[in-house]
Design a protein. Sequence first.
Lengths: 117, 113
Amino acid sequence: AQTVTQSQPEMSVQEAETVTLSCTYDTSENNYYLFWYKQPPSRQMILVIRQEAYKQQNATENRFSVNFQKAAKSFSLKISDSQLGDTAMYFCAFITILLGSNYKLTFGKGTLLTVNP
Amino acid sequence: ETGVTQSPTHLIKTRGQQVTLRCSSQSGHNTVSWYQQALGQGPQFIFQYYREEENGRGNFPPRFSGLQFPNYSSELNVNALELDDSALYLCASSFGLANYEQYFGPGTRLTVT
């Protein structure tokens, strides 16, 4: 079975500080993509960052970066210089790449991040 | 470029009734996936449509069905509603099967009483 585990249901951080959200996953496949999605209180799910499993270099998007440890099946998200607008539910997810298959996202249960002023 | 839109925003139904939710994919996208997000949970895959045909299904009973139209918009139909069907229903679109980035709509909040 393919699963995603986010062990931190809630986290909080002070504005301008750095926070790391944890994610582990389990799949028997070797070819997949990993994602972090953000879901603000307004509900619309927004892609924050993605990582191809075949790439060793960690992905970075402005203040967001990941620490991808393939052997450990770990995919954490680091948010630097936290801003009030970063307050949201964050979901870790992955897609396995199987020819002829559907490309469904498997999500974790999410981490609610609150940025305090 | 128009993003993914869903209608209605909110819906209240009675157990046993039927409901239809609608999704318009982002311009140029021909693949639509539907997810159910129960309160406090991550989204769960229901099914996916690619060029008007179902292309995979999650662990949901047959009373969950869908359609995709020639303009790539999509419907999710749920028959014989149960209390546990209360959830946020998300639609996501992408271009082709090999594009792994899915763009989500704002969702439809369904409450079954």
